[in-house]
Design a protein around this ligand. Structure first.
Ligand code: ATP
Ligand code: MG
Length: 272
């Protein structure tokens, strides 16, 4: 079908393992994220979400797999594991969990860092770069903070600036590690709306999230990991169910239906 995205246009990672100190943190993870959609990466603390995002982003190298098929991480036509760093940074952006900076940067300068992969090595910021950075700040509602030092921002403000920096990178694949964890409820919804809008523009989004209800209301696709393995993946209606969630989180969950959206609404009890 002309113009329709091919099945391979999204993110496709297979057999990703990563160990540290002899401990297998990711154990043969297969993870896909459909193109132009918001996918949620879910799982308990320590299950391997941040590690997986770092491997997908090329920050961590997956374990070699002697005698077996090697891991691959593909996005559209690109083999992300083989791409040189600068080229990879033109394709994907990673917003890390609790990213901090000690550099004495203004908010605008921090967002302009996202333009570096797009310009020649010795060039400074162009007017076009500053326009992109200003638009990114506007998109996350942080224009009024452009001149502030990043170090003086609140946790939630800083988190939105990190998102703006990633947006200024104009990635086709956006990876986010708990992008809402410092945000008030309105700011959480704003951020998820930004992610939905980006997906509407064709960006493939994969976000690690702890709030299962936020995932249920926002995501097109979810991947649940536990102990470094994928437990379930697919549509929120199929995956956010007691059979999957109760054993993974050690809770009892009930699924209601949102009266307006028809999406799942989850309520939880401890399993005792
Ligand atoms: N460099 C490292 N050295 C030792 N252990 C590590 C290292 N990186 C990750 N781990 C361990 O791997 C496991 C997975 O960590 P990871 O940060 O990926 O979990 P997570 O799912 O993102 O958890 P959270 O929800 O708490 O952010 C944890 O037990 C963590 O302690
Ligand atoms: Mg994490």
């Amino acid at each position: 079908m002309p113009g329709a995205p091919r099945a391979t246009d999204g993110l496709d990672a297979a057999r990703v393992s990563w160990s540290v100190d002899g401990r297998l943190v990711l154990d043969g993870v297969d993870c896909t994220a459909p193109p132009g959609a918001v996918s949620g990466l879910l799982g308990p603390n320590g299950s391997g979400k941040s590690t997986l995002l770092r491997v997908l982003a090329g920050v961590r190298v997956p374990d070699p797999a002697p005698g077996r098929d090697a891991a691959h991480v593909r996005f559209a036509d690109a083999d992300l594991l083989a791409l040189p760093r600068r080229r990879r940074a033109r394709v994907l952006a990673l917003v890390e969990q609790d990213a901090t900076t000690d550099l004495p940067l203004t908010v605008l300068d921090a967002v302009l860092l996202g333009r570096i992969p797009h310009r020649s090595l010795l060039a400074g910021d162009s007017a076009a770069d500053r326009d992109v950075a200003a638009a990114a700040l506007a998109r996350v509602g942080m224009s009024a903070f452009a001149g502030r030092e990043v170090a003086t921002l609140s946790g939630g403000e800083r988190q939105r600036v990190h998102l703006a920096r990633a947006l200024a990178q104009e990635p086709a694949l956006l990876l986010l590690d708990e992008p809402t964890n410092h945000l008030d409820i309105a700011a959480q919804l704003d951020t998820m709306r930004v992610l939905r809008d980006l997906a509407g523009d064709g960006v493939t989004v994969l976000a690690a999230l702890h709030d299962l209800n936020l995932a249920a209301q926002t995501c097109d696709h979810v991947v649940v990991i536990a102990d470094g393995r994928v437990v379930a993946a697919g549509d929120v209606h199929d995956v956010l169910v007691p059979d999957v969630l109760d054993p993974v989180y050690g809770v009892r969950c009930e699924v209601l239906t949102h009266p307006r959206t028809g999406r799942p609404v989850l309520v939880f009890d401890s399993s005792d």
